[in-house]
Write a protein that binds this ligand. Structure first.
Ligand SMILES: N[C@@H](CCC(=O)N[C@@H](CS)C(=O)NCC(=O)O)C(=O)O
Length: 243
C-alpha cells in the first residue's frame, strides 16, 4: 500500500511550495484547503498541529487511517522529509555529499535567516498605521530607524550573498546544477515576496532588486515558470492558489 499524504494548504502561503515539490516527486496527495480570516489562518488548522501555521503535512503510512498519522510542520523539515522518503529516483538530490549538505543549509537558512528579516520589515511597515493617532508619527520614525539601521542592511547583505552564490554556480539552480529543495524553499522569500512584484518591493524596501541582483532575477524568472505548472495543478483540483 502507498502512504496517504494530506497537505493542509492555506491561501497565499508557503504551502504552495509543497504542492510544487509533491508534483515534482510525482507523489499522489490530497489537499485540504483553508481560507485566511483577517490575514490569519483559521482555528481549525490548530486542530492538525497546535501552532496552526501552514503548511502542515499528515502522512498515513501504507494508507492506514486507523493509526495516528505522522504530522509534519515547518517547511524546511517537510521538504527534507518528503525528499528523503519519496525521492526514490534522486530527481532532486544532488550527487555529491557536499552539495547534499548545501541543500540542507538552504533549508535552514531560508526560514531561519532570510524570511525572518522579511517578516520584521513587514511588521515594522505596519506599526505606524496600527498605532493610536497621537503616536503614529513617533512610531513611524522609530520603526523606520530600526529598518534603516538594521533590517534593510541585513536584507541587502543576504540578497548580495545569494546573488553572488548564483553568479558562481554551474547552471541555473542554487545547488548541483539541478532543481533541489534549496530552490523550492527559496522560492517563497525570493520569488513570492520580492521578485513577483518589484514595484511593491521598491516601495517596501527602496531597493531596485532587478538591477541590483540580476542573478536572482534570472533564477526567479525560471522558477516562476516552473511553479506555474503546480499552480495549474491546484486549479485542476478546483483550488485556485489565490482562493
Ligand atoms: N516557519 C514556518 C512558518 C509557517 C507560517 O508562518 N506560515 C504562514 C503562511 S505563509 C501562516 O500559516 N500564517 C497564518 C497565520 O499567521 O495565522 C514554516 O516554515 O513553515
Amino acid at each position: 500500500m502507498v502512504d496517504k499524504i494530506i497537505l493542509h494548504w492555506l491561501d497565499g502561503s508557503r504551502a504552495q511550495r509543497i504542492v510544487w515539490l509533491l508534483n515534482e516527486l510525482n507523489v499522489p496527495f490530497e489537499v485540504k484547503p483553508y481560507k485566511r480570516k483577517n490575514f490569519r489562518a483559521p482555528r481549525e488548522l490548530r486542530e492538525v498541529f497546535p501552532l496552526g501555521r501552514a503548511p502542515i503535512v499528515e502522512i498515513f503510512p501504507d494508507g492506514d487511517e486507523t493509526e495516528e498519522p505522522i504530522v509534519l510542520a515547518e517547511t524546511g523539515y517537510i521538504i527534507n522529509y518528503l525528499i528523503e522518503n519519496y525521492d526514490k529516483e534522486k530527481k532532486l538530490i544532488p550527487t555529491s555529499r557536499k552539495d547534499q549538505e548545501l541543500v540542507k543549509y538552504y533549508l535552514y537558512y531560508a526560514e531561519g535567516s532570510l524570511q525572518s528579516i522579511l517578516i520584521a520589515l513587514l511588521v515594522n511597515s505596519k506599526v505606524a498605521g496600527a498605532s493610536p493617532f497621537g503616536l503614529k508619527y513617533i512610531a513611524g520614525v522609530v520603526t523606520q530607524a530600526i529598518n534603516k539601521g538594521y533590517y534593510l542592511p541585513e536584507l541587502k547583505s543576504n540578497l548580495k550573498f545569494l546573488d553572488d552564490r548564483l553568479s558562481k554556480v554551474e547552471g541555473d539552480y542554487f545547488v548541483g546544477n539541478k532543481l533541489t529543495g534549496a530552490d523550492i524553499i527559496l522560492s517563497f522569500p525570493l520569488v513570492d515576496n520580492l521578485f513577483s512584484d518589484v514595484t511593491s518591493t521598491k516601495e517596501f524596501t527602496g531597493l531596485d532588486v532587478v538591477t541590483l541582483y540580476p542573478n536572482i532575477k534570472r533564477w526567479s524568472d525560471k522558477i516562476k515558470l516552473e511553479t506555474n505548472r503546480s499552480d495549474a495543478l491546484l486549479q485542476v483540483k478546483n483550488l485556485s492558489p489565490n482562493l
